[in-house]
Ligand binder design. Structure first.
Ligand code: ATP
Ligand code: MN
Length: 324
């Protein structure tokens, strides 16, 4: 968890997200809200009703990214001790839907998914502060439709280094014909995300991403490491490629975070990223306002790029020689 609160907010007039708005919106969406004016995180002022008003304000931008994907939730039932929840344990309203997914052979577990903003609001009612998504849709579960490189800086590293790393990953992805977009996480880092046509299954996509990260480290060892161990970081950035495997999740665009100041994960443009001072600058009001401005990822859902077997072989070598 970061120790600092978001240091600056959007400079435009701030959008007001009041408790009264949230209560009325929840009612309109058929969500029975309990403790609407209780803070969602200890030591913070943001309330459950304000979260409802926030998700209503960002619904149009958020839903295309979050709908019909298996979810992992970060819940904070009494405002303290956030925990990750991947499977249904009961008590959730029906708008938070369930789908059985096979994890190990013949073991199926119920996962959550939503189809509309009422589902997200049902999650909020159940003290969800973060929504994390699989990289594939539930109807094409075995074929990811996005890859993500999660840049995790070593402690104390300047955000300028993170921005530069994101741009570098963008440029190398471009060399592979893949257009990508940045998202500030609301925490410390940036996610570089490339949408894909769902044509290639998880093992090959994972192999591409793992080798891609390893090549970054090989070529630029002063900046990057592909090793998750913190002791290996030493002034470098960990390029977390592990989000790109079946069952892994990443925080969804416009999710709030269970961190000081309740910041949000916000998609930004490459130019805009240059001007940001940190990854946690957007609180709920600034993020709601951002969602009302022109889309920084305008052609995200129109792109028809993919990771082909040829690309995997070009980066990782002949497939017959590789264990997958
Ligand atoms: P930051 O920019 O601060 O790193 P982040 O969202 O990238 O924010 P990470 O801690 O790097 O957070 O985690 C990367 C992703 O891994 C998360 O978005 C989440 O989906 C997943 N993750 C993290 N912790 C867990 C966990 N305990 N169980 C399951 N998945 C997790
Ligand atoms: Mn991260």
């Amino acid at each position: 968890m970061t120790a600092t609160k978001p240091e600056c907010r959007a400079t435009l007039v701030s959008m007001q997200l009041t408790n009264d708005m949230g209560v009325a919106i929840a009612e309109r969406h058929g969500v029975r809200l309990t403790s609407p004016d209780r803070p969602v995180l200890a030591g913070e002022t943001v309330t459950k009703a304000q979260l409802i008003a926030y998700y209503d304000a960002v619904a149009e931008r958020m839903l295309p990214h979050v709908a019909n994907r298996a979810l992992a939730l970060v819940r904070v039932p009494n405002g303290s001790r956030p925990f990750f929840q991947k499977h249904d344990t009961g008590g959730f309203p029906d708008t938070m839907r369930r789908v059985a997914i096979e994890l190990k052979e013949s073991e199926r577990e119920d996962h959550f998914y939503v189809t509309d903003i009422a589902g997200v609001m049902a999650g909020v009612q159940m003290s969800t502060l973060e929504f994390h998504i699989w990289g594939s849709h539930i109807d094409t579960l075995e074929k990811p439709d996005r890859i993500i490189f999660d840049i995790d800086p070593d402690a104390g590293l300047d955000f300028g280094r993170v921005r530069a790393a994101a741009c570098r990953i963008r440029d190398v992805l471009k060399e592979w014909g893949l257009q990508s977009y940045p998202m500030v996480t609301g925490g410390k880092g940036v996610h570089v995300i490339a949408p894909l046509r769902p044509v290639t299954e998880w093992p090959l996509v994972k192999l591409f991403c793992r080798t891609f990260a390893q090549r970054l480290e090989d070529n630029e060892p002063d900046s990057f490491t592909a090793n998750i161990r913190k002791v290996q970081r030493q002034g470098r950035m960990f390029v977390d490629y592990l989000r790109n495997e079946r069952g892994a999740t990443a925080v969804t665009p416009f999710s709030t975070r269970a961190r000081p100041g309740v910041p949000c994960a916000v998609p930004v443009g490459w130019d805009e990223l240059d001007r940001l001072k940190a990854a946690n600058q957007f609180d709920i009001e600034a993020a709601a306002e951002r969602a009302g401005q022109p889309d920084p990822w305008p052609d995200y859902f129109e792109l028809t790029q993919s990771i082909t077997k040829g690309m995997v072989e070009a980066v990782a070598g002949p497939l017959k020689d590789l264990e997958q």
